[in-house]
Design a protein around this ligand. Structure first.
Ligand code: ATP
Ligand code: MG
Length: 414
């Protein structure tokens, strides 16, 4: 441990990173807004129970990845590893289930104690949407369409693939659970320790194992799709039909299961092969059981979360910083006038940089360094005449402008 190093798995977002981050987060927000979603923010920590109860005792997140601590009042709290549980908790504590359907968007930091690697951090950020109180498959289609629209807008959708599966309903799951246990029981001596534990508590989880040997065993397991109830099949058919209608391409992946306990029916992931091992950029599904499981009224839900850092890697370019206007005063009187002019322009929402000291040469150098688009140069002579000189820094072109006309002359650089 060194106080001069960031905590392992955390990152600073310096201006360039931050611009990529903003581009991703703002685009996701904009896409969600276009579908009538509203932005919300829940606290970044909750009582540990909120996650334990919803994510399930056998999930990787709960067993290994949670940042949990006891606060000074003796409460056990956890830094949120994901956003859905907090939104569901807010729905219940705010009595919002009276106002369904609700359409929410969020963005913010999440925390998981994972082994850091490319695309996998201990503090990372997610954007996400939650559609609450809609049990129809049209809801699943809408939520997926938001994700696709978001990725299309950041120029990534063309390089991505949507994988789709169904986790069915309770009846289907019970039927499948039995055959899966029968199948996996024959491999008890070869399954990983984690999977053995899951086999007893929540066998569907074994399908989600990251262990290579487990994956080989799972590859020949009976397929869930063969055990779906007619209702679950119909629901899935309508989701697929809705996506077809919108021209959204997908690939059915019968092995796709979400890591979390509360999912049912639709589950999906959008992956981008160019990211390598950590290639899932957006993942989600339907979670009709969640709010009820937390102690609220039974409430349908469907949503997704997307890793901002992984999406940032897909941006082809770093968005350029907005270019400021530099004010360059020559002499003491001009310096005072410059401060006034800067104030006036800033009140009109111009971006203005005013250096703190230095002669003309030093100040012009700085103007170039900060990539100012134009310099407003003023000396004692100009002030006396009520004028300033504008210099376009890309072309070197220069002209005098009356102070009273300055705002109009700069309008193009706001
Ligand atoms: P993985 O299989 O990669 O561990 P997950 O199933 O744990 O993913 P979700 O809980 O579905 O991931 O989170 C949704 C998205 O959030 C992921 O697809 C990914 O883009 C992002 N994400 C998850 N964990 C991390 C992390 N530790 N660092 C960066 N991004 C992450
Ligand atoms: Mg994970």
């Amino acid at each position: 441990m060194s106080a001069l190093q960031p905590v392992r798995g955390t990152h600073d977002l310096l201006p360039e990173d931050m611009r990529r981050f903003r581009e991703v987060a703002d685009t996701a927000r904009r896409a969600a807004l276009c579908f009538g979603y509203h932005e919300v923010a829940t606290p970044i920590f909750e009582f540990t129970e909120v996650f334990k109860r919803t994510l399930g005792d056998t999930s990787d997140v709960v067993t290994k990845e949670m940042y949990t601590f006891t606060d000074k009042g003796g409460e056990t709290v956890t830094l949120r590893p994901e956003g859905t549980a907090g939104v569901a908790r807010a729905l219940i504590s705010g009595g919002l289930t009276q106002h369904l359907p609700l359409k929410y968007f969020y963005v913010g930091p999440m925390f998981r104690y994972e082994r850091p690697q490319k695309g996998r951090m201990r503090q990372f950020h997610q954007t996400g949407v939650e559609l609450l109180g809609v049990k129809e498959p049209q809801g699943d289609v809408e939520v997926i369409a938001i994700g696709v629209e978001f990725l299309r807008r950041i120029g990534a959708w063309e390089r991505c693939e949507l994988e789709l599966n169904t986790l069915g309903d309770t009846a289907s799951r019970q039927a499948y659970r039995r055959v899966l246990i029968d199948y996996l029981n024959d491999f008890r001596d070869r399954l990983s320790k984690d999977s053995l534990e899951r086999l007893d508590k929540n066998p569907l989880r074994v399908l989600d194992s990251k262990d290579e040997n487990d994956q080989k065993i799972v590859a020949d397991a009976p397929l869930y799709s063969d055990y779906l109830s007619p209702e679950a099949q119909d629901f899935f058919a309508r989701v697929k039909g809705g996506l077809d209608d919108l021209g959204i391409a997908y690939r059915i992946n019968p092995r796709l299961v979400r890591g979390l306990d509360y999912y049912c029916h639709t589950c999906f992931e959008i992956t981008c092969p160019e990211l390598g091992a950590q290639k899932t950029v957006l993942a989600g599904g339907r979670y009709d059981g969640l709010v009820g499981m937390m102690g609220g009224p039974e409430t349908a839900g469907v949503g997704w979360a997307s890793g901002v850092e992984r999406c940032s890697m897909l941006l082809k370019e770093t968005p350029a910083a907005a270019r400021p206007i530099a004010i360059v005063p020559l002499g003491e009187a001009a310096e005072r006038k410059a401060a006034q002019i800067a104030g006036d322009l800033r009140r009109q929402d111009f971006m203005v940089d005013l250096g703190y000291s230095g002669n003309m040469g030093k100040r012009m150098k700085r103007a170039n360094k900060i990539e100012a688009v134009v310099a407003v140069i003023l000396g004692d002579d100009e002030i006396a005449k009520g004028e300033v000189s504008l210099k376009l820094l890309d072309t070197g072109e220069q002209k005098n402008v009356r102070l009273t006309d300055l705002e109009a002359a700069l309008a193009a650089y706001r």
